[in-house]
Design a protein around this ligand. Structure first.
Ligand code: B4P
Length: 190
């Protein structure tokens, strides 16, 4: 099973990715988590990534594409994966296409989670109180939303045209949304 989960910041990608991945027995691969794992490393790349994330901008494609390509080549990803937060820019769509074209892999479905911006902002501000993530402040959230609308939202049309998109309402309890995703995927993949 090869899946993507897409949607605006705070819609529940990371939250839902773990459960879906477990359900299908594949690793959940989050570019956001991979970048956060660099935090504190005393290298120019780690510092660059940290600064970009704190501003709400996207990490450059050449860095992101390279870490995803490397991660997908690891043995635990051979039988499938769920990509959380990638692709997020047009160049990343084509980079992923190129990685998949070099093997026999293909994407089975693309989950698009949706929610109104006021719900998203409220969730991220709540997470700021609990986890203190550096990019969960009002100013950075505003920029993350702008970047999402400019760079990532247009990608959904590409996957819709390819017949892969599964749209799911992300508003509701975590279990409720998880149930909707599983039902929508079951219907799509039947
Ligand atoms: P991410 O880590 O992907 O951050 P995110 O978009 O906010 O999503 P996340 O998965 O963390 O949150 P979720 O919606 O699950 O990216 C962070 C940064 O990394 C980006 O801004 C960028 O700089 C960089 N980056 C990542 N990928 C990149 C790429 N491909 N290219 C370039 N740069 C990249 O949840 C948010 C909150 O809502 C949580 O607190 C959760 O508990 C809560 N929540 C979830 N579902 C809920 C529900 N149903 N009800 C109530 N609360 C809910």
């Amino acid at each position: 099973m090869r899946l993507l989960i897409m949607g605006p910041p705070g819609v529940g990608k990371g939250t839902q990715a773990k459960g879906i991945a477990e359900h299908y027995g594949v690793p959940a691969i989050s570019t956001g988590d991979m970048f956060r794992a660099m935090k504190g490393a005393d290298t120019p790349l780690a510092k660059q990534v940290q600064e970009i994330m704190n501003s709400g901008a996207l990490v450059p494609d050449e860095i992101t594409d390279a870490i995803v390509k490397d991660r997908l080549s690891q043995p635990d990803a051979a039988g499938g994966w769920l990509l959380d937060g990638y692709p997020r820019a047009l160049g990343q769509v084509y980079a992923l296409d190129a990685v998949l074209a070099s093997g026999e892999d293909a994407i089975d479905a693309v989950i698009s989670l949706t929610a109104d911006e006021e719900v998203l902002v409220a969730r991220l501000l709540k997470r700021a109180e609990i986890e203190g993530r550096a990019d969960d402040n009002a100013e950075t959230i505003k920029n993350r939303m702008k970047v999402y609308h400019e760079s990532t939202d247009p990608l959904l049309a590409i996957y819709r045209d390819r017949g892969l998109l599964v749209e799911v309402d992300g508003v509701g309890g975590i279990e409720e949304v998880a149930g909707r995703i599983t039902a929508a995927l079951d219907a799509k993949l039947a």
